[in-house]
Design a protein. Structure first.
Length: 182
């Protein structure tokens, strides 16, 4: 009996350690030598499974770039729900450019809040409101169900190839963790 308990305990420890080793550590922006997209892609796309079930505040506390605007995506219904929020980020020191879009992080919520509450937090700004303390207070406790950085300008060749081959199933595979990146 003791031997069986020991084997089960050892197996539990081994599986727990394996889970910890599989997690990718957060890398500060300084390690990317000014490559904002590389920073966002690594920390918020490649590490996205580590954010599932955590609050938006977790992301906002570690994000090293300023958020310049927010954009909501809504699900129709009664009441309408805020299902995703896009946080627009501009590379420090860079001005907006017609040649490229701003970088962003898209966050989907496990329990989407009512759109009316979101609009109240933005003071009914229906365009892309600036990120404010009121918006922060509204979203900080929301639970993350999915997170990613710019989907349309990835630099990772493996991701680009998967996207080309994946077609409509690409995003589903990415969300489900079926696509792994180094």
């Amino acid at each position: 009996m003791k031997r069986t308990n020991f084997i089960l305990f050892a197996l539990f420890l081994l599986l727990s350690c394996g889970e910890l080793w599989a997690q990718k550590p957060y890398k500060p922006a300084a390690t990317f030598n000014g490559d904002t997209l590389g920073y966002l892609e690594y920390n918020y796309t490649k590490r996205q499974p580590q954010y599932i079930g955590k609050t938006v505040e977790t992301v906002l506390k570690e994000l090293e770039y300023p958020i310049i605007y927010v954009m909501g995506t809504f699900q129709d219904g009664s009441p309408t729900k805020l299902v995703r929020l896009t946080l627009g980020i501009r590379q420090v020191g860079k001005e907006p450019s017609a040649e490229r879009s701003d970088y962003y992080i898209a966050i989907s919520f496990a329990n989407p809040p009512d759109a009316d509450a979101y609009w109240e937090a933005t003071d009914n700004n229906r365009s892309s409101p600036a990120f404010s303390q009121k918006i922060y207070d509204f979203i900080k406790e929301l639970e993350i169900s999915y997170i990613s950085s710019n989907w349309n300008i990835f630099k990772d060749p493996k991701l680009i190839e998967e996207q080309k081959r994946g077609g409509g199933r690409f995003w589903e595979k990415l969300r489900n963790g079926e696509i792994e990146f180094d």
